[in-house]
Design a binder for this molecule. Structure first.
Ligand code: ATP
Ligand code: MG
Length: 396
């Protein structure tokens, strides 16, 4: 039934000259998100963003609920300036909002009409409209009572120049900042549960992401790569496209296995990953790396390990999961639609080469010593040369 969506947005601190850029970015992202649903008009009117679309409201709402930067969505009816149509529209909006409210048996549903009239040509004043529409709703919806102070449902009616807008439901948006508003970062995307969630959280703060995956073909097969592509695809529900850099990591891993002490292999491997990621970030003008690490989860995620791994690069590394427990991460992964893909059984390169007792407190000198037999520059160049870039788009 809805044909218009009032978008609420904005964070505390979003003001001054940032505002127009924020709004422009958000409007662009909304248009892109709705591209597959049919024609949609996205405009800034009356100091907020208004989306008009004749598509199935469930689909439109699903798409809008995945656009970062949207705080709330008010699905609305845009109607002609006709009293009868307005009353009927108010009833429809009330019914829909009531469907989403848990009722206590025996107690009436409370509501209030809030009419606003910016079009002073319209023959009725706002208080008159409140009375007229309120009366109509009371007559046509049993078990309803007015509460002007703390109603369960507010039926909002706005009388504008050419149309009336009616809305009663308020749907929570995903929040955050529009993707792209905070620059770009490179996500280290394994096939696991954590890194897709980390990417999602970075995007939530307005960061556009590209992904890099270190692939050890043939030790890790085509299926594990397909899984990483699927994870990217799942994340594109929240952004337009994701560029995926697939790095040929096999030679590096073999070299590490051959030349480095077993307990330091993970540390060295991750130092190599960071070095490669830094170079790709440089080429793509990404300002930071994002990883799915949290503190204390595995050997490479102690503070000592992180420090030694981080030492090889001078880029900021964002770790959005740093304070989360595994269960919280799993819940988030389920919510955003990456969990079912992540738990597919295909090996990732780290598990294959995992030593039995990795060092949990490596020191820099140890790592540097252990790396000596490696021709680091040549290995990096070789891996980058064989890197394949894929452009992962949204599934329609
Ligand atoms: P995840 O669930 O994301 O795989 P994890 O808990 O298994 O994380 P690690 O295996 O130590 O932890 O990896 C830590 C982080 O390093 C990952 O979250 C990811 O950002 C990055 N990473 C690990 N392996 C790869 C890989 N093959 N390609 C790209 N990034 C990787
Ligand atoms: Mg992993």
């Amino acid at each position: 039934m809805y044909n218009t969506y009032m978008i609420r947005y904005g964070e505390i601190g979003l003001k001054g000259k940032n505002r127009p850029a924020f709004e422009k970015r958000l409007m662009g992202n909304i248009s892109r998100a709705l591209k597959d649903t049919g024609p949609a008009r996205v405009q800034r009117v009356y100091g907020r963003i208004l989306v008009e679309s004749a598509a199935d409201p469930a689909r439109v709402l699903d798409k809008l609920s995945k656009v970062f930067g949207i705080v709330g969505i008010g699905p609305a009816l845009r109607l002609p300036l006709d009293e009868e149509a307005i009353c009927e529209g108010a009833l429809a909006a009330l019914k829909d909002a009531a469907a989403g409210i848990k009722k206590t048996p025996g107690t009436p549903l409370t509501f209030k009409v809030e009419a606003r009239r910016s079009n002073k040509q319209f023959p009725r004043t706002s208080p008159e409209l409140n009375g007229l529409i309120g009366g109509y709703l009371l007559k046509n919806y049993p078990g309803l009572t007015v509460d002007v102070h703390n109603p369960q449902i507010r039926v909002r009616v706005e009388i504008r120049e050419k149309n009336a807008f009616i809305y009663a439901a308020d749907i929570l948006g995903v929040g955050g900042l529009p993707v792209g508003a905070s620059g770009k970062a490179l996500l280290l995307l394994s096939g696991g549960i954590d890194s897709p969630v980390a990417g999602w959280m970075a995007m939530k703060r307005g960061i556009e992401i590209e992904a890099v995956h270190f692939h050890s073909f043939p030790f890790t097969g085509e299926k594990s790569l397909e899984k990483v592509r699927d994870l990217c695809r799942a994340l594109t529900a929240y952004t337009a496209r994701i560029k995926l850099h697939v790095v040929h990591f096999t030679d590096i891993q073999k070299d590490i296995q051959k030349n480095c002490p077993e307990e330091l292999r993970v540390t060295i491997m991750r130092r190599m990953m960071f070095r490669l990621a830094k170079r790709i970030a440089g080429q793509q003008e990404a300002l930071a790396l994002v990883t799915g690490e949290s503190v204390g989860q595995v050997a490479s995620q102690t503070l000592e390990s992180m420090r030694v791994i981080n030492q090889v690069i001078d880029l900021p590394v964002l770790r959005p999961l740093v304070g989360m427990d595994k269960l919280e991460i799993i819940h988030r992964a389920q919510e955003i639609g990456t969990y079912d893909i992540s738990v597919l059984p295909y090996e990732d390169c780290c598990t294959l080469f995992l030593p039995k007792h990795p060092a949990t407190r490596p020191r820099s000198e140890q790592a540097e010593e252990a790396e000596k037999p490696l021709a680091v520059e040549d290995l990096l160049a070789g891996a980058l040369e064989r890197t394949v870039v894929e452009d992962i788009g949204r599934k329609v």
